[in-house]
Design a protein around this ligand. Structure first.
Ligand code: IVH
Length: 693
């Protein structure tokens, strides 16, 4: 596998042959074995390269080229089924920008001979489910056959397996026509997929032979449908969405006469088939663009994977008029989203030390564009996870980045591993300070035991203390903290307040004006509040909300410092683990010392009496804030909501109760609308603070 630097570039004929061999191999892994080695985007890239060569050199095209075949081979073990109405494929628009939708609309209008002044075309916009296509045949209202797509003409009979899918009706209402073939997608929900892989891992750990985990929900679904043992298939939780028709009793024999695709879908829904709730009528190109964007924003909140959306001309008369090019209808198109998985190589595996000493292995990657951004790092979470995936330096890996989630390594392409690199293990010493790293019983993480002796933890602790929602020291960012700690001028939190102009000016590139600003910010930060101070100390498990509860409950810092585990456990939301962590923190003489020194440096806050619990009209409700409000700042709104018992989250999900939207609200508002979450304004929120939701 070592590249020969002196080899001539292959000729188009050689390259085409290479690509064909590779594509055959990968198609077999994918279609026949349900066990792909490379992500779809990589397969598509190879496929497009071959397609481009064949287009430029038509003489190189062979009848056995993968570009000439649609779909996969039929397994011998299943009975072949000839589809009475072929199962077509759909033209894919890989331009993920709005132009992708506009190009489709332009093509449709041109084919229909419409002038610019003619009315916009009506479409149905659907999700493009990432599962496998299925044709369900009903005779006399009873499910008699389920068949995969196969090559579009002949598929495989998988009725027994499909009968295990709860969402597939086995019998239809009396008004269903004598013959009905419903086309749709069998898929696996992400939560079902995670649970299945969890079970698989347990079986493997228990020594079961021949078991494996699945790469993604689609492959798990395909594997389940094509299980020869339907008992096993039944244990694999599958779902179904309907999106079209095959054969149906014609109107002249008493079958229904649909005018539009949308009415047909609504009838399928009425007969008991799941139709995705996002399915929408869209008039003209702008509406298609808006749908693509709206669904794209909410994509990660869906409980299942989609890889794009599908637009279909709504009028069935116009569909007939538009017809087909080769095997693809001119009246439909799939409009993709950027791939969330890509291939890249691991350049190194670094170990990062967090604020609480946690050691996290991080794969440094050759830069790769995935999920819309360039990714160079992917977390490996912890040692067990890194070992389970067996990620090693030099490996070719699949990275996944979905939404705002941190990128992660999904799996390693073992057959691309060069030589025999060392298996990864976390160092047993902290890579920053050399202290022992230990793993406590029942924990997955190794932690550096150096505490504030460890430079990495010290830097993180200072940054945590200085952040806006803690004591807030304006201008004290990563770079400056790094310099201060590396130069040894700041070792502990109180050292910050002992800094003078001279020691600041001694730092690299520090001008007098900036030094003055830092000193002023430090001075300003001394007047704080008890919750901010408590949060800023960085006690393990004590986040902002817990700090607020502690301050409210005890009123005074000494009360918190001296409280027993039992007394701490009485605080709202404080369980035994958190209580113990607080107790352990204040049992350390050096931590009490830090607190005393900070007080001596002039940090102060108002102390009060232990508070009675204020009424909590919004307890149990989750809010998300977006945009600029007319009277309140975001932080003020957050404080008010929390004081009323509400939770304030950073992103919108199905669990969100209300989105409070101000001026220029952005994607969170769109997401809320996509998910049907209630959207309110500041005035409505203020009213709820008093009278509840
Ligand atoms: S319509 C005539 N609608 O995408 C058009 N297909 O090549 C026939 N797919 O594997 C397909 N979601 O299973 C259609 N809303 C949707 C779809 C969808 C997913 C799959 C389909 C097939 C591929 C189309």
């Amino acid at each position: 596998m070592t590249p020969d630097l002196f080899a001539a570039a292959p000729s188009p004929a050689e390259r085409a042959a290479q690509l064909r061999a590779q594509l055959h191999h990968h198609a077999h892994r994918y279609y026949t074995l349900d066990d792909p080695e490379i992500p779809d985007a990589e397969y598509d890239r190879l496929f497009r390269e071959l397609h481009a060569i064949e287009t430029a050199h038509p003489e190189l095209l062979t009848s056995d080229s993968p570009t000439q075949r649609v779909g996969g081979r039929v397994l011998d073990a299943f009975t072949p089924v000839r589809h009475r109405v072929p199962m077509l494929s759909i033209n894919t628009e890989t331009d993920t920008e709005p132009s992708g939708a506009r190009n489709f609309d332009t093509r449709v209008r041109r084919a229909l001979g419409l002038a610019e002044t003619d009315a916009p075309v009506d479409y149905v916009a659907e999700l493009k489910f990432d599962g496998l296509a299925m044709s369900l045949r009903y005779e006399g209202g009873v499910l008699v056959q389920a068949a995969t797509r196969g090559d579009g003409e002949v598929g495989e009979e998988v009725t027994t397996n499909v009968r295990t899918i709860q969402q597939v009706p086995l019998r239809l209402p009396a008004d269903a026509p004598p013959v009905l073939e419903v086309r749709g997608e069998v898929y696996m929900r992400r939560d079902d997929f995670d649970a299945l892989n969890e079970k698989q891992r347990a079986k493997i750990a228990a020594g079961a032979k021949g078991e494996k985990t699945f790469v993604n929900p689609r492959n798990a679904a395909a594997g389940a449908v094509r299980q020869l043992d339907s008992g096993i298939a039944a244990q694999r939780p599958l779902s179904f969405f309907a999106y079209g028709l095959g054969e149906i009793t014609p109107p002249e024999q008493g079958g229904p006469a649909f005018e539009t695709h949308f009415k047909m879908l609504m009838q399928l829904k009425a007969w008991g088939f799941p139709v995705a709730e996002q399915t929408a009528l869209a008039t003209g190109a702008d509406a298609l663009v808006a749908f693509h964007q709206r669904i794209g924003t909410g994509r990660d909140q869906l409980p299942y994977d989609i890889d794009g959306v599908v637009y279909k001309v709504n009028s069935l008369v116009l569909q007939r008029q538009l017809g087909f090019v080769t095997r693809e209808p001119r009246w439909a198109v799939a409009h993709k989203y950027p791939a969330q998985e890509q291939l890249t190589t691991v350049l190194a595996i670094d170990v990062q030390v967090g604020r609480t000493g946690k050691l996290t292995p991080v794969a440094k990657l050759a830069p790769v564009f995935v999920g819309g951004v360039t990714v160079t790092n992917a977390t490996l979470h912890n040692e067990d996870e890194a070992r389970r995936k067996d990620v090693r330096v030099g490996d070719t890996v699949i990275v996944r980045r979905a939404g705002d989630v941190i990128p992660e390594v999904v799996s390693v392409l073992l057959d691309k591993r060069l030589g025999n690199p060392e298996p990864f293990s976390l160092p047993r010493q902290c890579p920053v300070c050399g202290s022992d790293a230990v793993r406590e019983e029942g924990e997955v993480d190794y932690r550096c035991t150096g505490g504030l002796f460890c430079g990495a933890q010290r830097k993180q602790a200072l940054l945590h203390f200085a952040q806006r929602r803690a004591v807030e020291i304006e201008g004290l960012g990563d770079k400056l903290v790094e310099q201060m700690v590396d130069a040894g001028v700041v070792k502990t939190l109180p050292d910050l307040y002992r800094l003078g102009l001279t020691s600041l000016l001694a730092l690299d590139r520090m001008a007098e004006k900036s030094a003055q600003n830092i000193l002023a910010a430090l001075e300003k930060s001394k007047r704080t509040t008890l919750p901010r101070f408590l949060f800023g100390l960085g006690i393990r498990h004590v986040g902002e909300a817990t700090a607020k509860e502690l301050a409210r409950h005890f009123g005074q810092l000494d009360g918190v410092m001296d409280a027993s585990v039992e007394a701490l456990s009485e605080v709202n939301d404080v369980g035994p683990v958190v209580a113990q962590s607080i107790r352990t923190f204040f049992d350390q003489p050096h931590n009490r010392e830090v607190v005393e020194q900070l007080r001596a440096c002039g940090l102060s806050w108002e102390e009060g009496e232990p508070a009675e619990r204020a009424p909590q009209p919004l307890a149990g409700k989750t809010f998300v804030l977006t945009g600029t409000f007319p009277t309140l700042s975001r932080d003020q709104a957050k404080d008010l909501l929390e004081a009323a018992g509400a939770k304030v989250a950073g992103s919108v999900s199905k669990k969100t109760d209300y989105v409070v939207a101000g001026a220029e609200a952005g994607s969170k508002l769109e997401k809320a609308q996509a998910l049907g979450v209630a959207v309110i304004d500041e005035a409505a929120m203020l009213a709820m603070l008093v009278s509840g939701a």
